[in-house]
Design a protein around this ligand. Sequence first.
Ligand SMILES: *Cc1c(COP(=O)(O)O)cnc(C)c1O
Length: 397
Amino acid sequence: METRYLIERLASRYDSFYLYDEQSIVSQINLLQKNFPSVDFLYSVKCNANQNILKSIFAKNFCASVSSVGEMELAKNLGLGREKIFYYAPGKSMEDLRSSYQDSVIVADSISEIERLKYLAKIFNEQIEIAVRINPNFNYEKDEGLPCRFGIDESDAVSYLEKLDELYVKVVGIHTQIKNQELDCSKINRYYKKVFQLAEKIEYAVGRRLDFINIGSGIGIPYVDGDRDVNIQWLGSEMEERISNFKITHPKIRVMLTLGRYVVGKCGSYVTHVIDKKKSHGKTFVILQNCLNGFARPAISTLADKYFSESVLAKVNTFGISTLSDSGELEKITLAGNTCVQEDLVAEEIEMPKLNIGDVVIFSNAGGYASVFSPMQFSQKKMPVQFFFTVDGEIRI
Ligand SMILES: *Cc1c(COP(=O)(O)O)cnc(C)c1O
């Protein structure tokens, strides 16, 4: 396999690195655009803000979903105009709002944020078009709202928007996103259907049609054996039918989906080396270069079972481990990183092909929430390099 050969070559020169394969990104994007021809896609920049990745995705006509002014600048510098940058995030400061409202569509996350935007618009004496993130009165399982620090509760949004004087702030779109990494497409489909109903409710409150509905996405990717790919063909056909019905009454509506991991999750590998190996009280420890501080997800996910349920991290086993030097012999080991904290632990007591000092270890699924999610400044070690392998066979650093 070509990327395997590439990994071998790069591993002879670099201690630890990420390798992103553009072909994987392009295939995922083609699949989405083919099955959802009437949908405008947004890429969630926080998932992986690597320049080459962003360029590749934006070249496919994706818009940017940004969660900070810094991410907004990245998208803007790559040539995206205001109509293609959507800035959602909880807790935007006045300074964040002031420096972003001209270059992005702000998705207000709270009522006080809308009030801050009104204040700002008044100072600059203009009307700002915004969207509102809604925390709906339903979830993936039931018709029931859940407490959430993102967005405005549906009922509060409705009563606020009914009274909103739109002189300074005009609500032109809604955004919802209540779950990540869902693999059950009938649940996703039900959620999408309900978001269209929600949009009509909001339209009723504001007294006119919206320009866009950003449904979020929820679409997950298979991480472990037994996980099944979401049936994109079916979900797409359901969505297309819904949009064409909706367009009878809303001819100009723009329907958007926001995805991160589905686009880039599978494109990346994280490659590192065995630095040391030792035995202690009957256990064998294999020590790797730059784990917690290079690719943190394995360390986080070994703790996840005990402590978190944050779906961005997707719990345990969100990566595969392989090696270039498989002798066929297995060994039970504890795999850990080389920073000085107990938490820098990849896996305890697992069966792996026998590893020796100098061997190359490869983690898969390192395209999304990987490099950006790793505390690389911790312990001041040399950071992993990031390589991008283009569809034309070029390697960019
Ligand atoms: C991070 C994020 C996404 C992307 O989620 P994935 O699970 O990576 O597709 C989408 N929408 C919002 C609001 C997000 O914060």
